[in-house]
Design a protein around this ligand. Sequence first.
Ligand code: BMA
Length: 339
Amino acid sequence: MSILAEKSLDHKAVMNQHETLFHRHPANPILTGKDWPYSMNSVFNAGATLLADGSTLLLCRVEDRRGLSHLCVARSVNGVDGWQIDREPTLMPDVEQYPEELWGIEDPRITYIPELKQYAIAYTSYSRGGPGVSLALTKDFRAYERLGVVMSPDDKDAALLPRRINGLWALIHRPMTPLGAHIWISYSPDLRHWGNHKLMLEARRGAWWDANKIGMSPPPIETPRGWLMIYHGVRRTPSSSIYRLGLALFDLEQPEKCLIRGDSWMFAPEAEYERHGDVQDVVFPCGYTVAPDGDTINLYYGAADSSIALAHGSIRGLLAWLDANGHSEHAHDRRQRHG
Ligand code: BMA
């Protein structure tokens, strides 16, 4: 082989490399239906939080054998194994009082709200009119105060920010429109009445990995440089859809303002348990915890709608990747790049 040919091969090898931002835990999947103390179909898409004693709590979406979902708590000292799972469903749809929960409750995102000294859970309530966003508050993941539907159908993929922005609570969510599914943010003085709706991040168009349909995955991560959001992009293919993850950074005091958006996806279904299951090719995180070092992020994600998996990364690493692989999202550039 000529030196020239060798060089171009080397070049190709380098070009073909992409950074691994999230490392899968060797024990994956860390929770499956086999671990459950009661009869069900599958467990996936769990909200996550650290409790005051440093242990990890997952609020898991459990799909029963009718196809309807409820939520169930699993606790672990190290966040990896030794899960203590509630013996019975923790939060069941309450159809009498909340008819919007008729077809189940799904995909919870947990935010601890220091001002309220409570956890806020934004979840999908699956009503006759389609999926909507509901809110509930809890101090202990045993008793819950439901606030009911805060975003009417068709809307999902929601989380509350942990503090008020200019005096107002802020909810990120994903309404569905005939023109596409984009990420919005809305504001409220009391968590009940919502307005001041702003488009936050638009799905791209054409052949992009995040064309037409995107949604926030876990609640955004507050960093000194802005709210760091892991979002999913849904690529429709003739045979199915592929759920992959990308990154974007938003202004701390004006969160609808996107500062940088990554171009390529940074995590995608690759492992067997992500590629095959009830719904193939899905990685779907609804929560994370941050280690005491303030940088290591433990991402909990649903894999193929069939299990819960864990991957760890570095917040500094995610920001550095965005700097190297992202662009600002000004309207003009956006049109130029996204079509
Ligand atoms: C999305 C949500 C998720 C699910 C994913 C793949 O629309 O409903 O709960 O994991 O589809 O089925």
